[in-house]
Design a protein around this ligand. Sequence first.
Ligand code: GTP
Ligand code: MG
Length: 296
Amino acid sequence: MLPTHKAGYVNIIGKPNVGKSTLINALIGEKVAITSPKVQTTRHRILGIINTDEYQLIFSDTPGLIEKPSYLLHEKMIGFIKEAIEDADVIFYLSDITDIIENQRGFVEDLLKKELPVYVILNKIDLKTQDEVTAIIAEWGKVVGVEKVVPVSALKKFNMDWLLKIAVSHLPECPPYFDKEFFTTRSERFLAAEVIREKIFYNYKQEIPYSVEVTVTSFLDEPTIIRIAAEIVVNRASQKPILIGAGGEGLKKIGTQARKELEENYGKKVFLEIFVKVREGWRENKNSLRQFGYEG
Ligand SMILES: Nc1nc2c(ncn2[C@@H]2O[C@H](COP(=O)(O)OP(=O)(O)OP(=O)(O)O)[C@@H](O)[C@H]2O)c(=O)[nH]1
Ligand SMILES: [Mg+2]
């Protein structure tokens, strides 16, 4: 008899900023998703995959739960979350241990109505004492059962092996969904664009991070250098000079930070050229959103 193969989706859902992207990176051991201290950093579903001979474990990062969508982009992001709830074999509901349980209870109780295993993963336990963690586990235990509550620190990579064990234990028998060579389904271009977007989240305040989209328009992998051309698209003309900064300093900073990270990732020199373009109201525009990959 042929040995059985297992494969399935473990989908990470949670409020903005609770550490979903930090967690998927820690589980995969590669940076598949960008992270930042600001809310709504992630806009897409991003898969991180662990392959062995016996199984293919697919983790799915999602945007943070949005209560009130303000523009069409938000609605697309909400669509990705719904999709992730639908196609999950297991749900990891990620909660920041410093957040109030009451505000989350209703959502988690709704998840429990689906015929799926739902775990509450309590993240950022490095910010609490052992006694506080124990008390919060007991509180969540009343909602999902204490065996379904797992305390972790994605930042410190604490209890990642526990999560992996849980994930593998729920995989159904199934052939692999994806080619087993890859740890993500995202392209080099997408990942490079996201690195640039991450630097914008770190360097700008207020509306700028939420008004830009980044696309890589050309990616040439030459023997000794990778040449990347990217466009930062802003939502209003007035945002262009803010992004570029006095004497081009702002754009230069973003470019340097992104280039350094990309060079480290590829172990190769990178030539990065960034252009800023205005596309009025792209966040509301169906065609723009489709071009930027917000389908679904
Ligand atoms: N102290 C602490 N901080 C953490 C931990 N995990 C993540 N963070 C921080 O929390 C912030 C948000 O992390 P992200 O991974 O971007 O959060 P997210 O849930 O993906 O956020 P969105 O994509 O906006 O929904 C970052 O500043 C992380 O460094 C943790 O275990 N401990
Ligand atoms: Mg994220």
